[in-house]
Design a protein around this ligand. Structure first.
Ligand code: ZN
Length: 211
């Protein structure tokens, strides 16, 4: 298993987590995994049991031994840990999800459901399409006014920075946000990329609370 790990989240010995590479496949134990039908929306779903939980793009849980799984191939995979309330979240934030503020909405949902304090949360952002490769049309660029880079022929958008800003705006401390800084498009040997391959290969990012 070559799933990548965040140094920051690895501090918590009661948390399991990883950002799978293209070699890892569906690496979580399926009988203990909760997943969604991802629709590039803003739906945050609280789960307490394994299985499929309908449409949505973020999972939150306090349940023990339950892997929260999201699948990406360029979209931003984001994992959250609340060490005080012992809660976790997994977020799928593509450009549409980022535009609908899903990272911020997930923090709000953790606050509402688990009484999480945003200032106590830790976050990790895995491999995703980097601003180096995320060339967009003007309609998409217009949705990310602060995160568009214009020194290319066409505008590029920085989805990682947009998600980091959502987290900090929601109250997460910037020093508690870890970004792996890896671009899925730039590294074909390690990562699936929908933009590069147009295929159905996906990578699994997941987080769980161990007992
Ligand atoms: Zn790139």
């Amino acid at each position: 298993m070559s799933a990548l790990r965040s140094q920051l989240l690895s501090e918590f010995d009661w948390v399991g987590h990883g950002f799978g590479t293209r070699d890892d496949g569906y690496w979580t134990p399926q009988a203990r995994t909760a997943a969604l039908h991802q629709v590039h929306g803003a739906g945050v779903v609280r789960v307490d049991a394994p299985g499929h939980h309908g449409d949505g793009d973020a999972l939150i849980a306090q349940a023990v031994n339950l892997w929260l799984e999201i699948r990406t191939a360029d979209c931003v995979p984001l994992l959250l840990v609340d060490p005080v309330r012992r809660a976790v979240a997994a977020v799928h934030a593509g450009w549409r999800g980022t535009a609908t503020w899903i990272a911020g909405l997930t923090v709000d949902a953790m606050r509402r459901e688990f009484h999480s304090e945003p200032g106590e949360l830790y976050a990790a952002i895995g491999p995703c399409i980097g601003s180096c490769c995320f060339e967009v049309g003007d309609e998409v660029a217009a949705q990310f006014p602060g995160y568009t880079i214009n020194n290319y022929t066409r505008p590029h958008v920085d989805l990682v920075s947009a998600n980091v800003s959502q987290l900090t705006a929601a109250g997460v401390r910037s020093e508690r946000i870890d970004s792996l800084g890896l671009c899925t498009v730039c590294e074909p040997a390690r990562f699936h990329s929908f933009r590069r391959d147009r295929g159905d290969g996906r990578m699994v990012a997941a987080v769980a609370i161990h007992c």
